[in-house]
Design a binder for this molecule. Sequence first.
Ligand SMILES: Cc1cc2nc3c(=O)[nH]c(=O)nc-3n(C[C@H](O)[C@H](O)[C@H](O)COP(=O)(O)OP(=O)(O)OC[C@H]3O[C@@H](n4cnc5c(N)ncnc54)[C@H](O)[C@@H]3O)c2cc1C
Length: 369
Amino acid sequence: MPDNVGYTATRTPVNHTELMLTEAQFLQEAGVGLWLQAPLTAVQAREDRILTCEFATPAGPWRVTPQVVVDTSGDAVVAHLAQSAFQPDSADACQPVSLLFKLAGVDFRPLMDYARRHPEEFRPGSVFPDAADEHVNLWGYTSLLQQGHRDGRLKLLRNEMHIAGWLPRGELVVNVTRHASEGRPDAEQTGDAWLALCRQVMAFAGWFRQSVPGCARAYVAAIGNQVGVRESRRVQGHYTLTQRDVKQGACFDDSIACGGFPVDIHSSLEPGLSHTDAVVRGFEIAYRSLLPLTPHNLLVAGRCLSSDHAANGSLRITATCFATSEAAGVAAALAVGRGCLPAQLLPAAALRERLLQRGAIISLDSACA
Ligand SMILES: Cc1cc2nc3c(=O)[nH]c(=O)nc-3n(C[C@H](O)[C@H](O)[C@H](O)COP(=O)(O)OP(=O)(O)OC[C@H]3O[C@@H](n4cnc5c(N)ncnc54)[C@H](O)[C@@H]3O)c2cc1C
Protein backbone atom coordinates (compact mmCIF):
# COMPACT_ATOMS: atom_id res chain seq x y z
CA MET A 1 0.00 0.00 0.00
CA PRO A 2 1.15 3.61 -0.51
CA ASP A 3 2.65 4.96 2.72
CA ASN A 4 0.15 7.68 3.64
CA VAL A 5 2.66 9.08 6.17
CA GLY A 6 4.98 9.95 3.28
CA TYR A 7 8.07 8.38 4.89
CA THR A 8 8.59 5.65 2.30
CA ALA A 9 6.92 4.92 -1.03
CA THR A 10 5.07 1.82 0.13
CA ARG A 11 4.42 -0.29 3.20
CA THR A 12 3.56 -3.98 3.34
CA PRO A 13 0.95 -4.85 5.96
CA VAL A 14 1.20 -8.45 7.16
CA ASN A 15 -0.71 -10.73 9.45
CA HIS A 16 2.27 -11.76 11.57
CA THR A 17 0.91 -15.12 12.68
CA GLU A 18 -0.05 -16.22 9.16
CA LEU A 19 3.32 -14.98 7.90
CA MET A 20 5.06 -17.23 10.44
CA LEU A 21 2.91 -20.21 9.42
CA THR A 22 3.62 -19.54 5.74
CA GLU A 23 7.36 -19.33 6.37
CA ALA A 24 7.21 -22.71 8.12
CA GLN A 25 5.57 -24.17 5.00
CA PHE A 26 8.23 -22.61 2.75
CA LEU A 27 11.00 -24.11 4.90
CA GLN A 28 9.45 -27.55 4.72
CA GLU A 29 8.84 -27.34 0.95
CA ALA A 30 12.48 -26.27 0.43
CA GLY A 31 13.69 -29.26 2.44
CA VAL A 32 15.29 -27.13 5.16
CA GLY A 33 16.10 -29.02 8.34
CA LEU A 34 15.07 -27.05 11.40
CA TRP A 35 16.68 -27.27 14.85
CA LEU A 36 14.55 -25.66 17.52
CA GLN A 37 15.66 -24.65 21.02
CA ALA A 38 19.24 -25.09 19.88
CA PRO A 39 21.14 -21.79 20.11
CA LEU A 40 24.71 -21.67 18.86
CA THR A 41 26.85 -21.31 21.98
CA ALA A 42 30.47 -21.95 21.00
CA VAL A 43 32.81 -21.81 18.03
CA GLN A 44 36.20 -23.41 17.70
CA ALA A 45 38.52 -21.62 15.28
CA ARG A 46 42.13 -22.17 14.25
CA GLU A 47 44.33 -20.27 11.80
CA ASP A 48 41.48 -17.86 11.05
CA ARG A 49 39.01 -20.59 10.13
CA ILE A 50 35.99 -21.87 12.00
CA LEU A 51 36.44 -25.60 12.59
CA THR A 52 33.34 -26.44 14.63
CA CYS A 53 30.14 -24.79 15.80
CA GLU A 54 28.44 -26.03 18.96
CA PHE A 55 24.70 -25.84 19.67
CA ALA A 56 23.03 -26.28 23.07
CA THR A 57 20.17 -28.66 22.29
CA PRO A 58 17.70 -30.21 24.74
CA ALA A 59 19.56 -33.52 24.19
CA GLY A 60 22.94 -31.94 25.04
CA PRO A 61 25.60 -30.15 22.96
CA TRP A 62 25.70 -30.85 19.22
CA ARG A 63 28.74 -30.08 17.16
CA VAL A 64 28.93 -29.51 13.41
CA THR A 65 32.00 -29.16 11.21
CA PRO A 66 31.09 -26.57 8.58
CA GLN A 67 32.99 -25.63 5.45
CA VAL A 68 31.39 -22.19 5.39
CA VAL A 69 29.25 -20.46 8.05
CA VAL A 70 26.60 -17.79 7.42
CA ASP A 71 25.94 -15.59 10.47
CA THR A 72 22.46 -14.01 10.30
CA SER A 73 22.03 -13.87 14.07
CA GLY A 74 21.43 -10.10 14.08
CA ASP A 75 23.90 -9.79 16.97
CA ALA A 76 26.79 -11.38 14.98
CA VAL A 77 27.04 -14.18 17.53
CA VAL A 78 29.27 -16.43 15.40
CA ALA A 79 31.59 -13.56 14.51
CA HIS A 80 31.77 -12.58 18.19
CA LEU A 81 32.59 -16.11 19.34
CA ALA A 82 35.16 -16.43 16.54
CA GLN A 83 36.78 -13.14 17.69
CA SER A 84 36.15 -11.17 14.49
CA ALA A 85 36.88 -7.44 14.56
CA PHE A 86 33.90 -5.09 15.04
CA GLN A 87 33.18 -1.50 14.11
CA PRO A 88 34.80 0.70 16.76
CA ASP A 89 31.65 2.78 17.37
CA SER A 90 29.40 -0.24 18.01
CA ALA A 91 29.16 0.10 21.77
CA ASP A 92 28.60 3.81 22.25
CA ALA A 93 26.41 4.64 19.27
CA CYS A 94 23.59 2.19 19.46
CA GLN A 95 19.86 2.45 18.88
CA PRO A 96 17.41 1.60 21.71
CA VAL A 97 15.55 -1.74 21.82
CA SER A 98 11.74 -1.87 21.65
CA LEU A 99 8.82 -4.26 21.89
CA LEU A 100 6.05 -3.83 19.32
CA PHE A 101 2.50 -4.68 20.36
CA LYS A 102 -0.80 -5.17 18.62
CA LEU A 103 -4.06 -3.73 19.97
CA ALA A 104 -7.36 -5.25 18.92
CA GLY A 105 -10.89 -3.99 19.57
CA VAL A 106 -10.16 -0.55 18.07
CA ASP A 107 -12.98 1.56 16.63
CA PHE A 108 -11.36 3.36 13.70
CA ARG A 109 -14.10 5.92 13.07
CA PRO A 110 -13.33 8.13 16.13
CA LEU A 111 -9.63 7.37 15.76
CA MET A 112 -9.57 8.71 12.18
CA ASP A 113 -11.88 11.64 13.07
CA TYR A 114 -9.38 12.71 15.72
CA ALA A 115 -6.50 12.55 13.24
CA ARG A 116 -8.39 14.63 10.67
CA ARG A 117 -9.31 17.27 13.27
CA HIS A 118 -5.71 17.48 14.61
CA PRO A 119 -3.36 17.26 11.60
CA GLU A 120 -0.78 19.29 13.58
CA GLU A 121 -0.35 16.22 15.84
CA PHE A 122 0.98 14.15 12.93
CA ARG A 123 3.97 13.99 10.64
CA PRO A 124 3.84 16.79 8.03
CA GLY A 125 2.73 15.43 4.66
CA SER A 126 0.46 12.76 6.17
CA VAL A 127 -2.65 11.97 4.15
CA PHE A 128 -5.53 10.67 6.25
CA PRO A 129 -7.48 8.00 4.38
CA ASP A 130 -11.17 7.58 5.19
CA ALA A 131 -12.58 4.82 7.31
CA ALA A 132 -13.50 2.82 4.18
CA ASP A 133 -9.80 2.15 3.53
CA GLU A 134 -8.38 -1.16 4.67
CA HIS A 135 -5.07 0.08 6.09
CA VAL A 136 -3.76 3.27 7.61
CA ASN A 137 -0.44 4.47 9.03
CA LEU A 138 -0.33 7.32 11.51
CA TRP A 139 2.81 8.89 12.91
CA GLY A 140 2.42 11.43 15.70
CA TYR A 141 0.01 11.94 18.63
CA THR A 142 2.55 14.41 20.01
CA SER A 143 0.44 16.34 22.50
CA LEU A 144 -1.57 13.30 23.68
CA LEU A 145 1.71 11.51 24.48
CA GLN A 146 3.16 14.56 26.24
CA GLN A 147 -0.05 14.98 28.23
CA GLY A 148 0.09 11.29 29.28
CA HIS A 149 3.62 11.90 30.56
CA ARG A 150 2.63 15.08 32.42
CA ASP A 151 -0.32 13.25 34.04
CA GLY A 152 2.07 10.54 35.24
CA ARG A 153 0.30 7.77 33.30
CA LEU A 154 3.30 7.33 31.00
CA LYS A 155 6.68 7.22 32.70
CA LEU A 156 8.39 7.19 29.30
CA LEU A 157 8.38 10.56 27.55
CA ARG A 158 7.75 10.12 23.81
CA ASN A 159 6.75 12.86 21.40
CA GLU A 160 5.67 10.58 18.56
CA MET A 161 4.65 7.02 17.83
CA HIS A 162 3.90 5.02 14.72
CA ILE A 163 0.71 3.01 14.43
CA ALA A 164 -0.27 0.73 11.56
CA GLY A 165 -3.99 0.02 11.48
CA TRP A 166 -5.91 -2.79 9.78
CA LEU A 167 -9.34 -1.18 9.80
CA PRO A 168 -11.78 -4.06 9.07
CA ARG A 169 -10.05 -6.11 11.78
CA GLY A 170 -9.99 -3.35 14.40
CA GLU A 171 -6.24 -3.94 14.85
CA LEU A 172 -3.33 -1.55 15.42
CA VAL A 173 0.37 -2.40 15.55
CA VAL A 174 2.08 0.16 17.79
CA ASN A 175 5.74 1.18 17.73
CA VAL A 176 6.37 3.37 20.79
CA THR A 177 8.17 1.50 23.63
CA ARG A 178 11.92 1.89 24.03
CA HIS A 179 14.79 0.95 26.34
CA ALA A 180 18.40 2.11 26.07
CA SER A 181 20.88 -0.49 24.83
CA GLU A 182 24.66 -0.70 25.10
CA GLY A 183 24.89 -2.85 21.99
CA ARG A 184 26.65 -5.71 23.78
CA PRO A 185 23.94 -8.33 24.04
CA ASP A 186 24.01 -10.48 27.14
CA ALA A 187 21.37 -12.58 28.87
CA GLU A 188 21.00 -10.31 31.90
CA GLN A 189 20.65 -7.09 29.91
CA THR A 190 18.17 -8.69 27.52
CA GLY A 191 16.18 -10.00 30.49
CA ASP A 192 16.12 -6.54 32.10
CA ALA A 193 15.03 -5.01 28.77
CA TRP A 194 12.24 -7.58 28.38
CA LEU A 195 10.82 -6.82 31.86
CA ALA A 196 11.01 -3.05 31.33
CA LEU A 197 9.41 -3.26 27.88
CA CYS A 198 6.57 -5.54 29.04
CA ARG A 199 5.77 -3.00 31.75
CA GLN A 200 5.78 -0.22 29.14
CA VAL A 201 3.38 -2.17 26.89
CA MET A 202 0.92 -2.48 29.78
CA ALA A 203 1.25 1.25 30.58
CA PHE A 204 0.74 2.28 26.96
CA ALA A 205 -2.25 -0.07 26.55
CA GLY A 206 -3.91 1.56 29.59
CA TRP A 207 -3.12 5.02 28.23
CA PHE A 208 -4.62 4.10 24.82
CA ARG A 209 -7.86 3.01 26.53
CA GLN A 210 -8.09 6.23 28.52
CA SER A 211 -6.73 8.81 26.11
CA VAL A 212 -6.82 7.79 22.45
CA PRO A 213 -10.19 8.21 20.73
CA GLY A 214 -11.59 4.89 19.47
CA CYS A 215 -9.48 2.78 21.85
CA ALA A 216 -11.67 2.59 24.97
CA ARG A 217 -12.25 -1.15 24.47
CA ALA A 218 -8.84 -1.98 23.02
CA TYR A 219 -6.76 -4.84 24.43
CA VAL A 220 -3.29 -6.22 23.75
CA ALA A 221 -3.74 -9.03 21.21
CA ALA A 222 -0.06 -9.80 20.52
CA ILE A 223 3.51 -8.70 21.30
CA GLY A 224 6.82 -9.38 19.57
CA ASN A 225 8.21 -12.78 20.53
CA GLN A 226 11.53 -11.34 21.68
CA VAL A 227 13.12 -8.00 22.54
CA GLY A 228 13.29 -6.04 19.28
CA VAL A 229 16.94 -5.12 18.73
CA ARG A 230 17.53 -2.44 16.10
CA GLU A 231 21.30 -2.43 16.30
CA SER A 232 24.08 -4.20 18.16
CA ARG A 233 27.43 -5.48 16.89
CA ARG A 234 28.46 -4.63 13.34
CA VAL A 235 31.45 -6.54 11.97
CA GLN A 236 34.45 -5.00 10.31
CA GLY A 237 34.56 -6.40 6.81
CA HIS A 238 36.57 -6.02 3.62
CA TYR A 239 34.36 -3.01 2.86
CA THR A 240 32.37 -0.90 5.34
CA LEU A 241 29.20 0.67 3.93
CA THR A 242 29.10 4.31 5.06
CA GLN A 243 26.59 7.09 5.55
CA ARG A 244 28.11 8.80 2.50
CA ASP A 245 27.53 5.68 0.35
CA VAL A 246 23.91 5.54 1.44
CA LYS A 247 23.26 9.25 0.86
CA GLN A 248 25.07 9.45 -2.46
CA GLY A 249 23.72 6.22 -3.94
CA ALA A 250 27.00 4.28 -4.09
CA CYS A 251 27.47 1.60 -6.76
CA PHE A 252 29.91 -1.33 -6.48
CA ASP A 253 31.28 -3.80 -9.04
CA ASP A 254 30.59 -6.57 -6.51
CA SER A 255 27.10 -5.36 -5.56
CA ILE A 256 24.85 -8.18 -4.35
CA ALA A 257 21.81 -6.27 -3.00
CA CYS A 258 20.24 -2.81 -2.88
CA GLY A 259 18.73 -0.69 -0.13
CA GLY A 260 16.60 2.43 -0.19
CA PHE A 261 14.94 2.91 3.20
CA PRO A 262 15.48 6.28 4.94
CA VAL A 263 18.26 6.39 7.54
CA ASP A 264 16.03 5.68 10.53
CA ILE A 265 17.78 6.16 13.87
CA HIS A 266 15.87 6.19 17.14
CA SER A 267 17.37 8.06 20.06
CA SER A 268 17.88 6.53 23.51
CA LEU A 269 18.10 9.99 25.09
CA GLU A 270 15.53 12.10 23.23
CA PRO A 271 11.78 11.41 22.98
CA GLY A 272 11.88 11.09 19.16
CA LEU A 273 14.10 9.98 16.30
CA SER A 274 17.57 11.48 15.87
CA HIS A 275 17.73 10.83 12.08
CA THR A 276 15.06 10.32 9.46
CA ASP A 277 17.22 11.20 6.45
CA ALA A 278 15.76 10.44 3.04
CA VAL A 279 17.73 8.08 0.79
CA VAL A 280 16.90 9.59 -2.56
CA ARG A 281 18.55 7.30 -5.09
CA GLY A 282 18.94 4.05 -3.17
CA PHE A 283 22.35 2.40 -2.79
CA GLU A 284 24.13 -0.84 -3.60
CA ILE A 285 25.70 -3.19 -1.05
CA ALA A 286 29.08 -4.72 -1.86
CA TYR A 287 29.71 -8.45 -1.40
CA ARG A 288 32.86 -7.39 0.50
CA SER A 289 30.62 -5.99 3.28
CA LEU A 290 29.48 -9.57 3.99
CA LEU A 291 33.08 -10.77 4.43
CA PRO A 292 34.57 -10.20 7.91
CA LEU A 293 38.34 -9.73 8.01
CA THR A 294 38.50 -13.05 9.89
CA PRO A 295 37.64 -15.90 10.05
CA HIS A 296 37.94 -16.62 6.36
CA ASN A 297 35.12 -19.17 6.09
CA LEU A 298 32.47 -16.85 7.59
CA LEU A 299 29.85 -14.66 5.88
CA VAL A 300 27.66 -12.19 7.80
CA ALA A 301 24.36 -10.77 6.58
CA GLY A 302 21.39 -8.82 7.88
CA ARG A 303 21.81 -5.95 10.31
CA CYS A 304 25.26 -7.04 11.56
CA LEU A 305 27.08 -6.67 8.22
CA SER A 306 30.00 -4.29 7.85
CA SER A 307 28.50 -0.79 8.05
CA ASP A 308 28.78 2.41 10.04
CA HIS A 309 26.07 3.47 12.50
CA ALA A 310 24.21 5.74 10.06
CA ALA A 311 24.33 3.37 7.07
CA ASN A 312 23.05 0.65 9.38
CA GLY A 313 20.04 2.86 10.13
CA SER A 314 18.91 2.19 6.55
CA LEU A 315 20.13 -1.32 5.71
CA ARG A 316 18.74 -2.84 8.94
CA ILE A 317 15.26 -2.90 7.42
CA THR A 318 13.65 -6.32 6.82
CA ALA A 319 13.66 -6.35 3.00
CA THR A 320 17.33 -5.36 2.82
CA CYS A 321 18.20 -8.01 5.44
CA PHE A 322 16.35 -10.60 3.31
CA ALA A 323 18.38 -9.53 0.26
CA THR A 324 21.82 -9.61 1.91
CA SER A 325 20.99 -12.93 3.62
CA GLU A 326 19.94 -14.47 0.31
CA ALA A 327 23.23 -13.31 -1.21
CA ALA A 328 25.22 -14.79 1.70
CA GLY A 329 23.40 -18.13 1.37
CA VAL A 330 24.02 -18.31 -2.37
CA ALA A 331 27.68 -17.33 -1.87
CA ALA A 332 28.13 -20.04 0.77
CA ALA A 333 26.65 -22.67 -1.57
CA LEU A 334 28.92 -21.52 -4.42
CA ALA A 335 31.99 -21.58 -2.20
CA VAL A 336 31.20 -25.06 -0.90
CA GLY A 337 30.52 -26.26 -4.47
CA ARG A 338 33.88 -24.91 -5.65
CA GLY A 339 35.77 -25.94 -2.54
CA CYS A 340 36.97 -22.35 -2.06
CA LEU A 341 36.69 -19.64 0.57
CA PRO A 342 33.96 -16.97 0.25
CA ALA A 343 36.54 -14.22 -0.52
CA GLN A 344 37.81 -16.30 -3.46
CA LEU A 345 34.47 -15.66 -5.19
CA LEU A 346 35.55 -12.02 -5.69
CA PRO A 347 35.04 -10.11 -7.97
CA ALA A 348 31.75 -11.97 -7.51
CA ALA A 349 30.72 -12.32 -11.18
CA ALA A 350 29.37 -15.89 -10.73
CA LEU A 351 27.59 -14.93 -7.53
CA ARG A 352 25.95 -11.92 -9.17
CA GLU A 353 24.88 -14.04 -12.13
CA ARG A 354 23.34 -16.66 -9.85
CA LEU A 355 21.48 -13.94 -7.89
CA LEU A 356 20.15 -12.39 -11.10
CA GLN A 357 18.91 -15.82 -12.21
CA ARG A 358 17.00 -16.02 -8.93
CA GLY A 359 15.34 -12.65 -9.64
CA ALA A 360 17.33 -10.69 -7.05
CA ILE A 361 17.68 -6.92 -7.50
CA ILE A 362 21.41 -6.35 -7.22
CA SER A 363 22.03 -3.03 -8.93
CA LEU A 364 20.43 0.40 -8.90
CA ASP A 365 19.99 0.18 -12.68
CA SER A 366 17.81 -2.91 -12.37
CA ALA A 367 16.06 -1.46 -9.29
CA CYS A 368 14.97 1.54 -11.34
CA ALA A 369 14.10 -0.45 -14.50
C1 LIG B 1 11.03 -2.21 17.15
C2 LIG B 1 11.45 -2.47 15.75
C3 LIG B 1 10.64 -2.08 14.70
C4 LIG B 1 10.99 -2.36 13.41
N1 LIG B 1 10.16 -2.00 12.39
C5 LIG B 1 10.44 -2.37 11.13
C6 LIG B 1 9.52 -2.13 10.07
O1 LIG B 1 8.45 -1.53 10.28
N2 LIG B 1 9.84 -2.56 8.83
C7 LIG B 1 11.00 -3.23 8.58
O2 LIG B 1 11.24 -3.62 7.44
N3 LIG B 1 11.91 -3.45 9.56
C8 LIG B 1 11.66 -3.05 10.83
N4 LIG B 1 12.55 -3.28 11.83
C9 LIG B 1 13.89 -3.80 11.51
C10 LIG B 1 13.96 -5.28 11.28
O3 LIG B 1 12.92 -5.96 11.93
C11 LIG B 1 15.30 -5.86 11.78
O4 LIG B 1 16.35 -4.97 11.65
C12 LIG B 1 15.60 -7.09 10.98
O5 LIG B 1 14.68 -8.09 11.38
C13 LIG B 1 17.00 -7.60 11.23
O6 LIG B 1 17.11 -8.83 10.56
P1 LIG B 1 18.28 -9.84 10.89
O7 LIG B 1 17.94 -11.08 10.13
O8 LIG B 1 19.59 -9.20 10.65
O9 LIG B 1 18.22 -10.10 12.47
P2 LIG B 1 17.03 -10.63 13.36
O10 LIG B 1 15.70 -10.34 12.73
O11 LIG B 1 17.32 -10.08 14.72
O12 LIG B 1 17.19 -12.23 13.34
C14 LIG B 1 18.25 -12.88 13.98
C15 LIG B 1 17.77 -14.28 14.36
O13 LIG B 1 18.89 -15.01 14.84
C16 LIG B 1 18.49 -15.70 16.01
N5 LIG B 1 19.67 -15.92 16.86
C17 LIG B 1 20.37 -14.98 17.55
N6 LIG B 1 21.37 -15.55 18.23
C18 LIG B 1 21.32 -16.88 17.97
C19 LIG B 1 22.08 -18.01 18.39
N7 LIG B 1 23.12 -17.89 19.23
N8 LIG B 1 21.74 -19.24 17.94
C20 LIG B 1 20.69 -19.38 17.09
N9 LIG B 1 19.92 -18.35 16.64
C21 LIG B 1 20.24 -17.12 17.10
C22 LIG B 1 17.47 -14.78 16.67
O14 LIG B 1 16.65 -15.51 17.56
C23 LIG B 1 16.71 -14.25 15.45
O15 LIG B 1 15.66 -15.10 15.11
C24 LIG B 1 12.22 -3.03 13.14
C25 LIG B 1 13.03 -3.42 14.20
C26 LIG B 1 12.67 -3.16 15.49
C27 LIG B 1 13.55 -3.61 16.61
